[in-house]
Write a protein that binds this ligand. Structure first.
Ligand code: SF4
Length: 216
């Protein structure tokens, strides 16, 4: 399928020198000392036969996806997202902790606009443009989702770049483009979830709206 070929090429990408250097050199956290960090572009994953909803994050975290080798796996953003996916009936488990944790997701495909962990979770504009045009646009064209859930401003920016559209980010809002509905939510990072800016029930509600629109 397109996916295996895509991942095979993706994991070899070294187009952004700053991110390549960071992903390869970041020091393991003491609690992950025995883990063999992934340190490459982090593969997206999902229900490939029926990916009606594309969930789009910003980039893998240094000790999340960059450690575990699977997008939205092994950090607190993943924990929050998977509690919401489980509650909405889209995930078999309320967590995502490793590539072989046995979690299955249905109707969704989980990815990010930037595939390598950036320092301070902040890719620069050039890196966003490079990763969108090298990988994310291709992914969008092949997944062909009916609905997209943009997690945060930068995810939404990447989607706009890929599709060539202009719109303002608005948490809880959506825009329609060529029959695809793009929903917007704050990113489930601790900065938003610990402060109550994004609550589980908010994200579950957005997921349910996407499910209804996409026919999940
Ligand atoms: Fe390649 Fe994207 Fe990683 Fe840049 S961020 S090195 S374009 S995979």
């Amino acid at each position: 399928s397109w996916y295996n070929d895509f991942i095979g090429r993706l994991v070899q990408c070294r187009a952004c020198p700053r991110l390549v250097s960071y992903r390869e050199s970041v020091k393991p956290l003491p609690r992950f000392m025995n883990d063999d960090y992934w340190r490459r572009p982090v593969p997206p994953w999902g229900d490939l036969g029926n990916a009606r909803i594309m969930i789009v994050g910003l980039a893998p975290a240094a000790h999340g996806g960059n450690r575990t080798g699977r997008m939205f796996t092994g950090d607190s953003s993943a924990q929050f997202l998977f509690r919401a996916l489980y509650e909405a009936g889209l995930s078999s488990k309320p967590y995502s902790i490793s590539r072989n944790d046995g979690v299955t997701i249905k109707c969704v495909y989980i990815t990010s606009v930037v595939k390598c962990a950036p320092p301070n979770n902040r890719p620069n504009n050039e890196e966003i443009h490079t990763c969108v045009s090298n990988w994310f646009r291709y992914e969008l064209e092949h997944v062909r989702p009916r609905a997209i859930v943009a997690l945060g401003h930068i995810a939404f920016l990447g989607i706009k770049l890929a599709l060539g559209i202009k719109a303002e980010f608005k948490h809880g809002g959506y825009i329609d483009f060529n029959g695809v509905r793009i929903f917007m939510s704050y990113h489930p990072s601790p900065r938003n979830t610990n402060t109550g800016r994004l609550r589980i029930e908010d994200l579950v509600m957005i997921l349910r709206m996407a499910m209804e629109y996409a026919g999940c």
